[in-house]
Design a protein around this ligand. Sequence first.
Ligand SMILES: NC(=O)c1ccc[n+]([C@@H]2O[C@H](COP(=O)([O-])OP(=O)(O)OC[C@H]3O[C@@H](n4cnc5c(N)ncnc54)[C@H](OP(=O)(O)O)[C@@H]3O)[C@@H](O)[C@H]2O)c1
Length: 301
Amino acid sequence: MKILLTGKNGQVGNELARCLQGLGEIICLDRTQMDLADLSQVRQVIRLSKPDIIINPAAYTAVDKAESEIDLAMRINAEAPAVMAEEAQKLGAAMIHYSTDYVFDGTKSGSYTENDETNPQSVYGRSKLEGEKAVAQLCKAHWIFRTSWVFGVHGGNFLKTILRLAQERDSLRIVADQTGAPTWARTIAKTTAAALQLGSVDHILATAGVYNLCAGGDTTWHGYARHVVTQARQLGMPLKLVPESIEPIPTEAYPVPAPRPRNSRLSTEKLQSTFKLALPDWCADLDICLKELIQDTNEKS
Ligand SMILES: NC(=O)c1ccc[n+]([C@@H]2O[C@H](COP(=O)([O-])OP(=O)(O)OC[C@H]3O[C@@H](n4cnc5c(N)ncnc54)[C@H](OP(=O)(O)O)[C@@H]3O)[C@@H](O)[C@H]2O)c1
């Protein structure tokens, strides 16, 4: 089996590059080898490499910047996945694509299922939804994994930002009225690999569809930040900030260009029952990742 993996330096791409080892020949690409903004290059690379499966974690993920870079966000998140899906279908290949809780408006009171109506409120959310629709329409054998609040050892994320700010400041104000599940990039990659171990293109075809893929449990950004600071202090990281000095604030007190869903909770029942997989709780994953991050920092200093 030949797998073409995009975005090898991203949070999820980096973990996928490791988790997919042993599943076949993995061609890992970064933006210098396949620029998703260059649609003819995307087509050409796929035609030359002839993969059995395209896995696409690469995306335009600068949520606020997307509000002013609409064309670029649409090209990378919607048009490039459309080209990949079209080429995959021509080759008889499958496509695994990643999407986001931002396809929803966040007004539902419970967890979102895959059948809930989408209603993105931002350019990023709209671009990701267009990408989902294109993949589903153009490539029969597809999995679209919707995830949320991704963190990891590699790349930029909320966890690393909080750790940095907690070293620099003695107080913080964090939004406390948006709820979701912080999800480790490694769990996304491991789950993808475990699903693939059950079968290749035919299996993807038989189980084609959208699946929510996020950690168990939920929290707010404020709860998340408090947990990070509490755990990091327990692990001996020298921080100025104490958890009690993180002030909960409403969304309105932290204005940003792109509106965020208030409720980002995703039900993972469909994924767990289809692939017979269990997903860890966000805190359990975060604690392991935090230990790795602190170990890395100690080794470097
Ligand atoms: N991050 C989150 O909180 C979050 C939440 C929900 C869903 N998701 C979705 O999960 C998936 C993985 O996200 P992530 O957190 O791993 O994202 P990430 O860390 O921001 O990585 C995105 C990757 O895409 C690559 N990329 C961007 N523009 C490109 C271009 N023009 N050509 C080729 N590659 C390009 C980046 O390359 P460079 O390394 O060169 O920049 C990077 O490797 C995405 O589909 C995202 O929409 C993410």
